[in-house]
Ligand binder design. Sequence first.
Ligand code: SF4
Length: 643
Amino acid sequence: MSEAKKTTGYRGRWAWVDLTDRTVRVEPADPAYGRDYVGGRGLQARLMADHLERTGPLQDPLSPLNRVVVGSAALNDTAVATAGRGSCSFVGTMARSPRPAAWVPGHKPVYGLLTHSSAGGLFPNMLKRAGFDQVVIDGRADRPVRLEAVEGTLRIVDAEDELFETVQGRRVPRAASLITDFLASRVKGGSTLTVGPAGWNLVDFACLTADYHRNFGRGGAGAVFGSKNLVAVTAYGKEAVAYADAEAFKRLGQDLDKLIKASVDDPNRTASFRPTTGTTWWLDRAFNGRYLGAKGGYLPWHNFDEGSFDPGDYAKVSTDAFLAISGKHSVCNKCRHIFCTRSAKVDAGPYAGEGVRPEFETIALWINCCILDRDAIFHLNALCNELGVDTMTFGSVMAGAMELAEKGFLAKFGEAPKFGDAAGMVRTLKDIAYASTPLGRLLGGHSDRVIAEAAAGASAADLAAVAYCLTTAYGGLGYAGINPKAFPGMFTAYGTSNRGRGDHTYAWTIQAEEGGLKDARDLAAYVAEGQGGKALVDSLGLCDFFTGDITAEPFLSLYGALTGTAYTPESLKDCGRRIYALERRMNNLQGRDRTYDAYVAPKLKVPLGRGAHQGRAVDEAFYNSVLDAYYAAWGWSRDGRVL
Ligand code: SF4
């Protein structure tokens, strides 16, 4: 551990795990990577790029050649509010379309995008306390294994029988909470990141679950763990990071804390809603404009066909409906003031239980399945956490499957749920996670495979009708919970996100568009700027809801007092742009160019029929003009390639 003492902010140690050879190598971190790529997401993008530049394009994200990196950033485990967000990077399973797809105009193969996922809880900070900034995992184990990072040592351990059960003839990991409890008995005080049965069964949208309900959700990290025969990573340590100037860090940290608290105390800022409603205040804003919004009308309904529905029905799943089942705060390690997560409890009925309140995006995408049963939504969310399923992509896939079922295209695969069928959705979730029925195995794969199999032997008209139902076609992650028809800027953010079509976390335009932003060049610049900024937030180990200004002088001084790195506002912004462009260059390598970005799911061209955004749809010509401006803003070629 001596080299860790020489570094400040980081622990200064990376572990290189080769599961095929069953070897672990611990080496000093490269300080130049820390300076140029900051940490977390940025550093992992560099480590992934080093790998992909050596191997060439990775055609199968489930092959042993895929790499997965788990780790943290310099600010993690310090006293900065929300500095508990860790990073996981890999080539994703969901954002791919490897084979010819007649339903995509001018289709070009995309083999899986470089994907970053962020999660809080305790795990990222505990991994750092254990002495590791990054754990780089290559290869595939010849039998189920897990990793144990404890007080400076990382070892590969054969996975115990107790971690598994047999369900419908398949040996799969137990529910995430049972694995977490078992490993807590092996490593006292430890924190565990685990795959669920969905990841083990290589479901394309399987996630990894840390600390019971914190997920590396989007993109298929669970499937990549499953493909490597890797069940869990457990971390435990006590050693704190060293500071370049501990006194200055403490003083500057207190100033920053006051600013964050002031933003939460200001009723004119959305931060003020988070301690009470978490992210669910967006439900009311999207439906009717409450919480500093305009008129709403963009909460997706019936597989994105509408942005509004009967207000009497809405009350069953509104912000207040979820507030009514909310309990105490249940937040990430190091969170202060913002406190977005709360426990939740359903007292009675078929979905009675205790857990956490679902997030806005999850609820919105299940309302998009016409589910108006709050308790069922709570239960489905808890089940996704236990089975290792990304709630968002699951919602998008289910909405598509429900429309396919409504139109009679899934009959040959068994009993598929129709819109509004909560019990059917619970059943199908289990079928997918346990790969236990033909329908479950079908829907657990990527959407181009679903289209090809659902339309096998059908006419060209039927093929188009099947493709129409799935907004996840051509390597989409699934659109998030803001109806993409209503906002051209948000559609651009969805369409250009480095981790795949539909992702909302890399740029967010709603407040700006509700405020009047609409010129193509302005929208493009706003999205590009947001993407570079978000790359920084993820690379600093902060949460999306951090309210400080990371390029303002006080924050730069704080960061310097921790790490000794002196950024200027411009040099730190350059890091964000460098990270985003590097990810994009890797995605170019994986087959992504303008063809992927420009794809508009056919149903998104059909106007909304009611609500404040009635008549709006994705305007393909306008979107293409925004794309032109977007590539120009980044300095990329007109076909979306990094020059
Ligand atoms: S605001 Fe929410 S997501 Fe962010 S650190 Fe706090 S609990 Fe975690």
